[in-house]
Design a protein. Sequence first.
Length: 635
Amino acid sequence: MAEVFRALEPRAAGEPRVVVLKRMLPHIADETDAQQMFAEEARLASHITHPNVVHVLGHGEIEGQPYLTLEYVPGCDLWRLNRRLTRDSRKLEHDLVVYLVRQILNGLDAVHGATDAAGGTLGIVHRDISPSNVLISIHGDVKIADFGIARSDVNAFEANTAVRANGKLGYLAPEQVSGGEVDQRADLFSTGVIAAELFMRRPLFAGGSELAVLLAIRDAEVHPFVEFLPQLPEGLGSVILKALAASPEERPPTARAFWAALDPWQSRPEEVLRAELAALVGSIAAESRLRKTRADTIPRPTMPPTPLLLSDEHPSTTNVTPLEYTIRKPNGATVGPLAYAKVVEAVATGQIDGGDDISIASGDFQPLSSITDLYRHVPVSRMTPTTTRVQASAAADLSINFEDGGFVRALARTLIARRTGLWLCEQGGVRKEVYTKEGVPAFVTSNLAGELLGEYLVKERVITRTELDMALAVMPRFEGKLGDTLVALALVEPLELFQHIAEQVREKLLDLFSWESGTATFYDGVDPPSSGFPLRLDAWEILDRGLQRRIAAGLETKLILERGQDRVAQPGRIDTGLAVAALPDDLRAALRLCETPQSIEQLAQFVTEQPGNRDPQRGYRVAAILLSLGAVQWV
């Protein structure tokens, strides 16, 4: 969002001071709230004065362009240092890595503990701790830089610039990826990633695409570092792993606590480690100066001006000849020719299946299963050995009618029994597949064209219809993956797209709770697919959100109005499959209350009065969940 210069600041006395000038780009300065966002960076950073934090010297605006004046740190950033070490096949000694990480934590401690003029804690979260934002001077100083997306708990200004407020993808905390609440412990996770990568000398979160990296972060898949642990001194890896915990509650509580936990492994004196780091950075800086001097002595040839490419087309979509596809059914009938996008839609919605053959650009017909980028869109239950089981109703392990309790009963039963399998939900011609892993929904598919990712993004105005058509036209280049295509074409930022995909898949699942007819048939032992977008859900929260929809739609009238005064109680013997300890607190409390018969109204009132509950409808949802689980029954 800005361009950065090295500059000379005139002084009243003495030589001019070398500073850094950070100037907002003109086209961004015109955006709503952008100048306030720049001012927020200056406001937060101005409250921090610490040797391990780049100091903001001033800020202002000239001709509508905001700028910041910053301390100049001669040297390089940690990203460049890492690159140099990799090139030279060198690695830092363990205690030097520990020293470097502890210097970052010293700076974070100052950032997190910053106070305003009245002494009140600001609660600053940097949100972008990454190697490119850690500067190392030729004197061995380690400084945190760039508060461009930092936020404070006090007088916070939330600019409408979410696309740029992502941070570096490989260093985000899981809660940043999933869109959850972010506090200062997210910065500790990012520091843990930096530490792990300094030890391993390779990225911690890797994948075939940016979306794959985000998925690995969301699930805190840190197995590359776990495999590296035997190469570290005993106990050191455990300290780093604690910072890399998926849950913020399991990480060190503060930067100071993380700093203290690393102390036993900083074996050499600080001045020795600082000098070693200074020498390393100094050699990189000297090499850079030499390279620049040599470049300046080479005459530059006179070149004719390069003509501008006057085209409105995206560079990745130029010279694309759309292919046409013809489908041949088992009975010999043909459909088409169709555009690629229409074929993908037909495959995803079950109009074309694994038994059909396809001809591309009038070529020979070949089985759909041999065309990887198309076959990946086939609903999983139709392309695995379980196909015959799913199609044969006699093979079903459980069947539930949606007219009696909807999907609440279905999900509650698999949840409490921790069953892995497939719920095949059908209503008229609509078909949805919900795969559960130990009772928790892990993956959802639908044959509704309107629930495909592209249609969802257009409906939510994330992209336009024209942009979707453009992405679909070149999707074969990206193995038929729309998400990767949209990111590659720069139509959507990776993190924004990731969170939209998560919400879209969740929405397909929540829609089932509002079905008033149809059946849900369960096939035990069917594993979720390895491809696609796996959900990471709190099943109790999904049950609660599903019941909220049912109540809003008037589908729980019988429970709330017609049977509000009827009583429920625990049965003589609770189902042994019911793990009472695994229930949410208010469900456990309500279940204990039902040791004696209670009316629904009494139960709802009891839940409403529980500490922290502010939702008057929560009690009715608790009653519905307990009834669905068989934990209580009508008496």
